[in-house]
Design a binder for this molecule. Sequence first.
Ligand code: GUN
Ligand code: FE
Length: 512
Amino acid sequence: MPAAVAENPKIKATSAIPYTLYFGTFIHTPELTTSEICFNTLVGVDSRGEIDYIEKDFEPADGQSPVEYFKEQKKMSCQPQGGSEIDDENIVFVDYTSEPAKFFFPGFIDTHIHASQFPNIGIGLDTPLLDWLNTYTFPLELQFSVKDQSEQEAKFKFAKHVYSKVIQATLENGTTCASYFTAIDAGTTNLFADLLVEMGQRGYVGKVCMDHNEPCPAYSESLETCRKSMDSIISHISKVNPPREHLVEPIVTPRFAPVCSTPMLDYLGEISARDNLPIQTHISENKQEIELVAELFPDCESYAQVYNKHHLLTKRTILAHAIHLTQKECDLVAEKQCSISHCPTSNTFISSGEAPVYKYLYQDKINVSLGTDISGGFDVSILAMVKYAILVSHHLSMKPAQANGVDCKLSMTDGLYMATMGGARAVGLANLVGSFAVGKRFDAQLIDLDVQGARTDVFSWQVPKSGDLLPVKEKKMEDLLGKWIFSGDDRNCVSVWCNGRLVIDKRKPTKN
Ligand code: GUN
Ligand code: FE
């Protein structure tokens, strides 16, 4: 790690973590069909940001302090291998049990977002994909390219301005991990990786690779330049990522087949295998795009086969959109254990179509996660993606011809799973994040449905009370989850922890 990063106390991803014991309601979706609501739960997070203790339904005996109880339990049990020693005097205790409209939830994982397109949010409604790219997207992304030394300072200033805004906005919306597309340029991509470390967000960093682009030739690169850029990014990230952590990692990013030659796709498949790197790309987003791919790759029987032929379909591949896949392509994607990133706002905003997500999850058994796809999508919030994914699925179900006799409606649990564990599986971190479990990192958000200024209105009888029977408490909490998904937003996300570190804190008094 460069000295400047290691020594700077302002760098969030390397700041010290005091042992912290959290006490409150914890909600997560560890499995596709399972939402778990855990009341009165103690969660201990050690100095590496790892959860090393969970006790559900803890009812302190009269006069007993949860911290004293925890210390006794810890003394009686063996410390886990490699677990850090706890300094008894310095345990931080965070207790929300007296505030029933507050709960902890795993941090969201955005599996498809273009950091460089943040300034274009809301621009280009109903412009079909290929026109949208040429008119709005390529000209903006070109602004990040440093052509010669004289413009470097101005370009870096521009990139820093845009990139810090996107990281801040996603963090404020509870996104603790994201798989990012930057732009074609290596220098500003490396700057983006530095900003992730500085601001403490977990992220995959993908420079877009594209060696021909007929409508906008200025926005393309030679294969040689691409190789040099990838070498620079892989080397830079290996230095800024804190040792033995999965905080910032490179991801191989062929933008999409129409702008990549066969030699470039070959090269990208090779470096992914050589360095064990994840892959992200776009697939089957728009019908015109699919026709173009068929023209450009006449020897491949489908869009998915183009990627497969170049060894780009792996269990660490994220395929964005995947709206119009044939059944054979679904079978291939399932066989290769790739994940799909469903981007409901983008698919609607630029009229690309409605992805049959329920079928992918339950019939094809494909892992599906959620992507904001800024700026095809207009909202940085993964909570909003949960809402829109559910709404799009309801629209599909109202068109029986398209539904094909298969149930289409996604549940709240489906949506929350895709936003957390589905995302964790997509980025290859299912053992590390996405739910609360001993051995996982504490990537989490504190939700307050009663916070001042929020749109969520919670009435006193809707809140779980200590005297309520467990099924009553659970039903009330499920209803509150509905309020959160359908009327909540970033105002309800009051604190965010990434790898055990508090990276966002906007706590205000509750309404009453
Ligand atoms: N296909 C190729 N590039 C892009 C992009 O930037 N956004 C979307 N939505 N689709 C793409
Ligand atoms: Fe995209």
